[in-house]
Design a protein around this ligand. Sequence first.
Ligand code: SF4
Ligand code: SF4
Length: 245
Amino acid sequence: MEDIDWKAIYGLTFVDQPGCWTSGCQSYCCTHKSDHLSFSLLTGGAGMVFFEQEYDFLTSIGRHQAGFEAASRRMKFEIEPGLELKFVLSKCALNGICTIHEFRPLCCKVYPFLPRVDPRTSEITGFMSGTVFDVFWPVIGAQHPCTLVRTKPEEVQEQERGPLTRLLEHPYLLFYFRALELFLTSVSEGVKRLHDSNPAFTSQALSKKWELLYLTGKAFDVERLRTDILRDYRIIAGRFPGLTI
Ligand code: SF4
Ligand code: SF4
């Protein structure tokens, strides 16, 4: 198994925009507060996701944010018999005040963008917004609540490009970032389909209905996602024999 230097990864700065939380965004990235969306269970801080190796690293050095371990659930997604994608879901109730800032999860460190990656070359091919909640903004035609996304996306993406390229040198992380990209693309297509087939829905009604579908595994085409992830797993494993996920 590849030995990833998680300590070095946690030392990287992805987004260098001090004080962006004072820009009037209500710390949207941590609270998910928005008048446009309405959820019952996926409320403030839900959907915190760790790659399994990342979570185990933070556990081994005792650097989880307050409350994270109690809220954590280990998850698996079978790609084919004997091959599973493994991650940990948690919830953050800190409302933007991390208890150990330098050890906030990678998903927080790289926000607001995730890389789109080519599994054949490891190259970054573009960027996408970083959470399942963000897929709603283009569909409902509302402006993105994150000030950085609205006002300086290119600058932030250029800040992220270097450190993300370093992460993608690791086949494990290349695979998981690619899987995340495929997952968010599927979710985005599902939200668009739901919107198109319910044109009279308000954005609150749309998000409520979507939440129910999402929590019951019906919000996107799971089988197609599985097929796409398996295809790209094989490409990456072919390039990096011995890849363990
Ligand atoms: S990353 Fe975006 S949403 Fe989060 S604090 Fe900065 S401007 Fe606000
Ligand atoms: S860990 Fe910190 S950055 Fe991440 S959601 Fe919680 S408060 Fe926000």
